[in-house]
Design a binder for this molecule. Sequence first.
Ligand code: ARG
Length: 273
Amino acid sequence: MKKAKYLVTFLVMAFMLILTACGTSETSGNGSDDSSDEKKTLRVVTDAAYAPFEYQDKGEIVGFDIDLIKAVAKEAGYEIDIAHTGWDPIFVELEKKIADIGISSITINDDRKKTYDFSVPYFLSTNKIMVPEGSPIKSAEDLKDKTVAVQNATTGQEAVEGLLGKNSDQIKKFENNNLAIMELKAGGADAVVADNTVIEEYAKNNPNDKFVIIEDKDAFAQEFYGLMFSKGSKIKADFDKALNEVFDNGTYAKIYNKWFKVDPDVQLLKDQQ
Ligand code: ARG
């Protein structure tokens, strides 16, 4: 009798062990099995404080970039998991190969190319200046004796440093762009310099703030956004191919239209390749 009881306990435990083992192999993803062709879920990192490209809506990460990366990953045959890490951690995670892709309105430039790989360009942007209505600031030149708020470690910061000097104490740097805009609103800065679409949308959607946008083509260059990868990334080629497919099959235009209500100039982007 006692023996039978032991046997039952043993069998139950063995059965539970088998169940646990099955469970583990199911949840540990496909990447662990070398013999299978299935791909592991990629970690995509973003700074979701840059509407309309990436922002949080009721706890969900949404935006043009988010729709785009979902479409491109699907085309490339990868599962993705999107995490809002903030801006600086994107660069840290990709350098340390913790994340697989950064998408966050990231401008492709030579400095970043030393440390990271980029996809083909997917969006044209330029820095512009946002000021309160009636401001004496009419061009980049006028920023010279003013206080300017920027997001830290962005091309906006770099552009303003070019005008005011690298260590100028007139440049107020913030961890994200929304904080820079809040500083302008609070009167702690005379202007914000950031990507045109972001401040144009902000000014349009917040008419009570009475902000206007100033363009200065001589001071601010054309920039292109790209997906950012770790140096030597093996998935870059798949994503370049998939990006070109969504350019060609109309998916890119559909997403672009949803967010910006106009058609994109896909040829202009392709001409950059
Ligand atoms: N395009 C600029 C850059 O690459 C600013 C991007 C900021 N993106 C963001 N999600 N906050 O430096």
